[in-house]
Design a protein around this ligand. Structure first.
Ligand SMILES: [Zn+2]
Length: 277
């Protein structure tokens, strides 16, 4: 044992992903005295601007959006009591197929080894016990999420890797319920076309393939407030409309697939730090 604090490192693509995907575990483990390190890879410049101005529309200023989102990220980190925020500041690549995919400085254009080398330096510095990122599809196919996955897995190869490594996921049962609730809250959710429905069916995992279920219900108020810090982003507004209580019921359980483990902790497990303390 060392006197180094137990450390969780979450590697995310954009400002706000820390709240949606891992807000519960970040808040919970901080409350348990674990050091939490958030690495945010891009500046979020392809997000919505003030007043909901969409990227590519008149009045969308990517530099101003990046600045606004950096401020929102700082608030979210305060809410979640994140110990250390590290930003790699690559340019947001936008959704797959957008011209911004090919822009100079875009994360998607960055060689994996380059991003991984920077992340590996952070891993050597913080020596995380647990690393969390996305699966190889970036959960839903966003290029920056895929790239965050790639640099994380490459950085782990460049360093003495963390004892436990996880990819975020969602149980398919929960996704179905999620779709029902979205319709209930009056989102204009047309029935997906067959191709889209097929792609959606690939998102998340069957419940019995999920190794790790962490109950963060007690921290869902913080998760809600962290997401509220990112209210400029249209896709977050739907969560906020739900209200805190409903949000906690729906978003309180955070789920992961364990892809590396040296502790021998049995699965399914209910704690990312099982076997480490
Ligand atoms: Zn994202």
């Amino acid at each position: 044992m060392t006197d180094r604090p137990l450390t969780l490192m979450a590697v995310h693509a954009h400002p706000d992903d820390e709240a949606t995907g891992t807000g519960g575990v970040l808040a919970r483990y901080a409350a348990e005295g674990i050091r939490t390190v958030l690495v945010t890879c891009t500046d979020g410049r392809c997000g919505d601007g003030p007043e909901g101005v969409k990227p590519g529309d008149p009045g969308h200023d990517p530099a101003a959006v990046a600045l606004m989102r950096r401020q929102e990220l700082a608030v979210s980190c305060d809410v979640l009591k994140i110990s250390h925020l590290e930003t790699l500041d690559y340019a947001d690549s936008g959704m797959m197929g957008w011209a911004s995919n090919d822009a100079p400085g875009a994360f998607w254009q960055t060689p994996v080894e380059e991003g991984a080398a920077r992340l590996a330096d952070l891993m050597r510095h913080y020596r995380p016990d647990v690393v969390v990122t996305y699966d190889e599809n970036g959960f839903y196919g966003h290029p920056d999420h895929i790239q965050a996955h790639r640099i994380t897995m490459a950085a782990l190869e460049m360093t003495e890797p963390a004892p436990k490594v996880y990819w975020t996921t969602m149980p398919r049962s929960g996704l179905r319920r999620f779709g029902e609730i979205m319709r209930e809250f009056g989102e204009d959710m047309p029935e997906p076309d067959p191709a889209e429905a097929a792609a959606m069916a690939e998102i998340g995992l069957p419940d019995d393939e999920i190794t790790t279920w962490v109950d963060t219900t007690a921290f869902s108020g913080q998760k809600f407030d962290a997401l509220a810090a990112h209210a400029s982003q249209g896709e977050n507004i739907f969560f906020l409309k739900m209200g805190k209580e409903r949000f906690g019921e729906l978003m309180g359980m955070e789920t992961f697939v364990r892809v590396r483990d040296t502790t021998g902790a049995a699965v399914p497990e209910n704690d990312l730090f099982a076997g480490l303390r």
